[in-house]
Design a protein around this ligand. Structure first.
Ligand code: NDP
Length: 449
């Protein structure tokens, strides 16, 4: 464990998010390595932390004022033991190689848990779509694809969306790939419904997180009915987490964006949620407007440098972090436990810091780690690839039923692996162990490549 961290930190100094992700997995899988000496002998850990390939490129584009802008972009092709590289693209000013490597590393195990044939990858750019016109976003996407197209393909690497990359961006990216290759193919997922997309793909991550939370609660003979829930974010994952929670009879009292959050003691209704969807997806406005429209709700601006996030300091039973990494620290976790939270299901990737996770595990919180709880999105992306290959589209119920079945299986896989290695109900260990074993067994079968 220390050995691998020594290697990773020496080789890649200044990549704290990547170190954090590796350290969490390395800690969990120690008993697996002790039980299976052939893994150590074949240096699987040393191999799995090293991306198979990293592509870095310049993205020049011209803004609406006629000025040239230059962004930096990456694609991390992390691991192809189980299938073509698969993972989203993130457009956000914070994007750097450390963040994308952590996401690609996590993605490898997440994709393994889905049982679908997908390797792990992730990519993106420090481009900020916020405040840009549609034309600027299109020009950026076209310049981005002008390089990326030579590295991806339906049997090689199949990107999707993530923060800052939704239906609009996937459309522009797909259009330009098609033009360059003269090929209409399933090279991206999250496509529009009438040009190769899958029903339920936009909903899949959020719905899947709620299915996972329901499975965790069922182990204690409880349901989500009547439970008060804290949700962060107001993008794709937060919106559809909220929608499914409403369907299951829960009450959602918070939503946020990077400037602040709303607290609505009456709860977010379906009608209010429709307003949020329109606000965020069409008007591309700020969550503050929710409190301006609904007088029962208050808006709290977030200040930088705060030692905790007040969004996590309300009485509730469940928490669904759905914005970004490290949004729950140890103090936030203590506040959540103090306020009665018994279930945390991670919609965002790695939203809880390691000491925050310790607080949850030490207090008997049902903690669904991101690589298991939010695997619904990539699962339906996998189903989109299947439908593209078959050149047909399943109906809504068919996709949703498959999604539910996959989330149920992932939950059981994590539970069983945690039990087998002596840490019952520790879903984090279960997810890390089950994902790791599946990937490294395939790597061993395929030789030293
Ligand atoms: P969106 O871009 O649709 O929404 C992101 C939301 O999080 C926005 O409300 C955004 O606010 C907020 N946010 C982003 N960065 C920060 C930050 N640094 N601090 C506070 N708030 C922030 O992205 P998604 O909903 O798709 O993604 C959310 C999380 O879920 C990410 O961690 C992503 O990796 C993960 N995820 C997404 C999947 C998917 O299918 N989309 C699949 C699996 C995981 P603002 O508008 O101010 O930027």
């Amino acid at each position: 464990m220390t050995e691998i961290m020594d290697i990773v930190t020496a080789r890649d100094p200044g990549q704290p998010e990547f170190h954090q992700a590796v350290s969490e997995v390395a800690e969990s899988i120690k008993p697996v390595l002790d039980k299976n000496p052939e893994y150590r002998q074949a240096k699987v850990l040393e191999r799995i932390v090293e991306p198979e390939r990293i592509i870095q490129f310049r993205v020049p584009w011209v803004d609406d004022k006629g000025e040239v802008q230059v962004n930096r972009a990456f694609r991390i092709e992390m691991n192809s033991a189980l299938g073509p590289y698969k993972g989203g693209l993130r457009f956000h000013p914070s994007v750097n190689i450390s963040i994308l490597k952590f996401l690609a590393f996590e993605q490898t195990f997440k994709n393994a848990l889905t049982t679908l044939p997908m390797g792990g990858g992730k990519g993106g750019s420090d481009f900020d779509p916020k405040g840009k016109s549609d034309n600027e976003v299109m020009r950026f996407c076209q310049s981005f694809m002008a390089e990326l197209y030579r590295h991806i393909g339906p049997n090689t690497d199949v990107p999707a969306g993530d923060i800052g990359v939704g239906a609009r961006e996937i459309g522009y990216l797909f259009g330009f790939y098609k033009k360059l290759r003269n090929e209409f193919t399933g090279v991206l997922t999250g496509k529009g419904l009438n040009w190769g997309g899958s029903l339920i793909r936009p909903e899949a991550t959020g719905y899947g997180v709620v299915y996972y939370a329901a499975e965790m609660l069922a182990t204690r003979n409880e349901t989500l009915e009547g439970k008060t829930c804290l949700v962060s974010g107001s993008g794709n994952v937060a919106q559809y987490t909220t929608e499914k929670l409403l369907e299951f009879g829960a009450k959602i009292v918070t939503l946020s964006d990077s400037n602040g959050y709303i607290y609505d003691p009456e709860g977010v209704s379906q009608e209010k949620l429709e307003f949020v969807k329109m606000l965020k997806n069409v008007r591309r406005g700020r969550i503050k407007e929710y409190a301006e429209k609904y007088s029962g709700a208050e808006y709290v601006a977030l200040e930088s440098g705060q030692d905790h996030n007040p969004l996590w300091d309300y009485q509730a039973h469940c928490a669904f972090p759905s914005a970004t990494e490290n949004e729950i620290n140890a103090l936030d976790a203590q506040n959540l436990v103090k306020n009665g939270v018994k279930v945390v299901a991670e919609g965002a990737n790695m939203p809880t810091t390691p000491d925050g996770i310790d607080v949850f595990l030490n207090n008997g919180v049902l903690f669904g780690p991101s690589k298991a709880a939010n695997a619904g999105g990539v699962s339906v992306s996998g189903l989109e690839m299947t439908q593209n290959s078959m050149r047909l589209g399943w109906n809504r119920d068919e996709v949703d039923n498959r999604l539910q079945m996959i989330m149920k299986n992932i939950h059981k896989t994590c539970l069983d692996a945690a039990e087998e290695y002596g840490t019952p109900q520790n879903y984090m260990n279960g997810a890390n162990i089950a994902g790791f074993v599946k990937v490294v067994d395939a790597m061993l079968d395929q030789g030293v490549v």
